[in-house]
Design a protein around this ligand. Structure first.
Ligand SMILES: Cc1ncc(COP(=O)(O)O)c(C=O)c1O
Length: 304
């Protein structure tokens, strides 16, 4: 059974889904995309897609920033994605990558009269970061993009060229991930993750105005922290040195899930072990996404 993609309005074998080398999005990075996870639940014999509608609502908003419009409505993109997963017959965790992009092939940057197209493919996928133990991370020397450069609020393909620089640098230096600062030197986020710290039992995360992607996992963790653990959550500017004195720190993201951090710039976070709140939130998160917590089943779309 081969894998399929939804491409140019139809389902095709994934190896046939090919764009022209003249495609505007390939030449200039003019696409917006999503990363979505689906989790296989062996007991239920079911594949659950996590917060599918919210991802396509964000894709639509990203498109609005770049004045791109999908040929499919949000609801149709949801339907096509569920159909794609069914066609692929995944019985394993999977990662879904929809892209809304400038599909014209005329050379030149101007693209406001150029057609937009939508595609989606999915692959079997395991862990992106090692969530079982803590990550060692570094503050990147690469500053994050600002809202009036390439806005991170829109999940734009081109923005991730910068992420590749920061991520590669971190990896070359033996770190698991990089933390970006904003142009004014405050904590922003990871290359593909939002960031939380814990100080005095309170969760703190950078505000949406700190050049971050408005993360769906971030919102999920805020809800779980408040509803399930009764924690206070503060969205405020974070100084770099707070990273060095916080009690706990962790990343959140669709790919990264809830990834505890145990060292930042060679300073141990807390006692250098995965913190208790990070662990509790991670456990809660995995129970929710894997369909083991009935209270949050409304966040899951069953595929079969
Ligand atoms: C730059 C960046 N920040 C944060 C996130 C986390 O967002 P979400 O939880 O919606 O996946 C991602 C991943 O999509 C990302 O690429």
């Amino acid at each position: 059974m081969g894998e399929y993609a939804y491409f140019q309005g139809q389902f095709v074998p994934i190896e046939e889904a090919k764009i022209s080398i003249k495609t505007h999005a390939f030449l200039y990075g003019t696409g917006v995309f999503e990363g979505i996870r689906a989790y296989w639940n062996e007991d239920d014999q079911q594949l659950y897609v996590f917060r599918l509608l919210e991802h396509f609502q964000r894709l639509e908003r990203s498109g609005r920033i770049f004045m791109m419009k999908s040929p499919l409505t949000v609801e149709e993109m949801v339907e096509v994605t569920v159909e794609l997963l069914r066609k692929n017959q995944f019985k394993t965790d999977a990662y879904i990558r929809p892209i809304l992009y400038k599909s014209g092939t005329e050379i030149g940057i101007l693209c406001n009269k150029m057609p937009d197209d939508f595609l989606v493919f999915a692959i079997p996928f395991g862990a992106y970061l090692d969530t079982s133990k803590g990550l060692s991370v570094k503050v990147s020397s690469w500053r994050h993009l600002e809202d009036n450069m390439i806005p991170m609020r829109a999940k734009c393909n081109g923005a991730y060229a910068g992420a590749a620089l920061a991520k590669n640098d971190a990896a070359n230096d033996g770190y698991g991930e990089a933390i970006y600062l904003t142009s004014d030197g405050h904590v922003s986020e990871g290359t593909g993750e939002n960031l939380f710290i814990v100080r005095n039992g309170k969760l703190i995360t950078s505000p949406c105005t700190a050049d971050i992607l408005e993360g769906i996992t971030r919102a999920t963790v805020v809800t779980l922290a408040k509803e399930e653990l009764g924690l206070e959550v503060e969205e405020r500017q974070i100084d770099r040195t707070e990273l060095y004195i916080c009690d706990e720190a962790f990343f959140t993201g669709t790919a990264a899930e809830v990834s505890p951090i145990t060292s930042i710039d060679h300073r141990p976070v807390g006692n250098g072990q995965v913190g208790p709140l990070s662990k509790s939130l991670q456990t809660l998160f995995f129970d929710v996404v894997k369909g083991r917590n009935p209270k949050y089943k409304h966040w899951l779309t069953p595929v079969y």
